[in-house]
Structures are given as C-alpha cells and as structure tokens.
Ligand binder design. Structure first.
Ligand code: PAN
Ligand code: ZN
Length: 193
C-alpha cells in the first residue's frame, strides 16, 4: 500500500509545562472520565460531590495513521490521590498489539506499570529516564511525587488504543501512599485476586 509522504517538521516542547506546540490533539482527563478505575469508590464519590479534578492532560501531534509513521506526545500527570491511591492514567493496550512505545521522563517522579498475561512490571521514572514499553504490554503511569509528572512518548501512528480491557480488569498491582511513601500492592480487583 502506498503511504503518505509528508513534510519534515519540528515541534517545540516545554520541559516545565509539558506543552507541545503546535499540537493537533489536546486531551484533558478529569476524574469523571475514569469512573471506577480507582480502588476506593467511596473516596472517588466523595471527591466528585465536591469537584471534578483534572487528573492529566495529553498534547499530541498527529500524523497519518499508517505503518511507519510515528506520533509524538506529552503527558502531564498532576499530583494527588483518590483515597490512598496516587493519580494515574487510565492505561491501555495498543489495539495493534504488536506495537511498542518509548517514554522519556522530563519532570517529576512516577512509576510506569506494565502487564501482559500474568506478568507485571513497575519501573521508576524521573527526568532523563528512557523507558521502553515492549509490544503487547499494557501500560499505565502513576504520579508518586508532589509536582506534575511529565513525560514525552513516541509510538507508531497506527497503534490505536484499547482501553476496554483495562476498564474491565484493571491492573494487577496498584500504587498506594503509606506513611508518605509509595507502596505497590496487589489489586483486590484483579481477576485472579
Ligand atoms: C501515552 C498515553 C497517555 C495517557 O501517550 O496515551 O500517557 O494515558 P491513557 O492513554 O492511558 O489515558 C501512550 O501510551 N500512548 O500510546
Ligand atoms: Zn501507549
């Protein structure tokens, strides 16, 4: 199949704010967009009766959805918790499962959770961390610090996002704050729990 030939371009990325300019897509994910993903439903409900906090934003520069093209994007994951659980992204598998992704930490600290089958991985990320998400692994990030956790990502433009599996099954492990520190604990919602 003949692919699009597009022109070379450069984007400007602000390491402090995470803004990518220009961006063709800007996603803002509030708590109400990720119902039932946090473990403490009562805490979630209590927060939602007061406010609908912004959990994270994504700035993305789109290119044709074709094999060979690469998407650039940044994620700005704000600090905070729902109950004891740190703010996190929804997490997803790629729809075209045999596509990987590279994350580069720019600011703040967090964890990159990954899973495939019964396997699970949690990598620490900070400024300068280059983390590889291999093909087939679901991935979610968690902000374990007290400032925005910002990272840049590059992934194949035809990868697509499968959110449904994580919405139903969650992740095997979750990250909770205990006495001021992040701890990784098995998720009571995981199907084998
Ligand atoms: C990232 C994520 C981004 C937001 O760019 O899409 O961090 O997380 P969710 O997509 O899980 O809401 C990426 O992995 N793209 O493929
Ligand atoms: Zn991805």
């Amino acid at each position: 199949m003949k692919q699009a030939v597009i022109n070379p371009f450069a984007l400007a990325l602000d390491f402090t704010s995470g803004k990518l300019e220009p961006a063709t897509t800007h996603i803002t994910r509030h708590l109400s967009h990720m119902r039932n993903m946090y473990i403490d439903s009562a805490a979630e409900q209590a927060v939602l009766t007061r406010e609908d906090p912004l959990i994270y934003e994504v700035y993305q520069y789109d290119v044709p959805n074709e094999n060979g093209q690469l998407i650039s994007c940044t994620t700005i994951l704000y600090p905070g918790r729902i109950g004891d659980e740190y703010y996190m992204t929804k997490g997803h598998y790629h729809e075209k499962a045999d596509t990987g992704e590279i994350y580069l930490g720019l600011r703040g600290n967090g964890k990159l959770l990954m899973q495939v089958g019964d396997q699970f991985s949690a990598l620490d990320m900070g400024p300068g961390t280059v983390a590889y998400v291999p093909p087939y692994w679901a991935h979610r990030t968690v902000n374990t610090g007290d400032e925005p956790f910002i990272f840049f990502a590059v992934y194949p433009a035809d990868a697509g996002h499968n959110y449904g599996t994580i919405e139903q099954e969650g992740f095997q492990q979750i990250i909770l704050e205990k006495q001021g520190n992040p701890v990784i604990v098995p998720s009571p919602r995981w199907k084998n729990a």
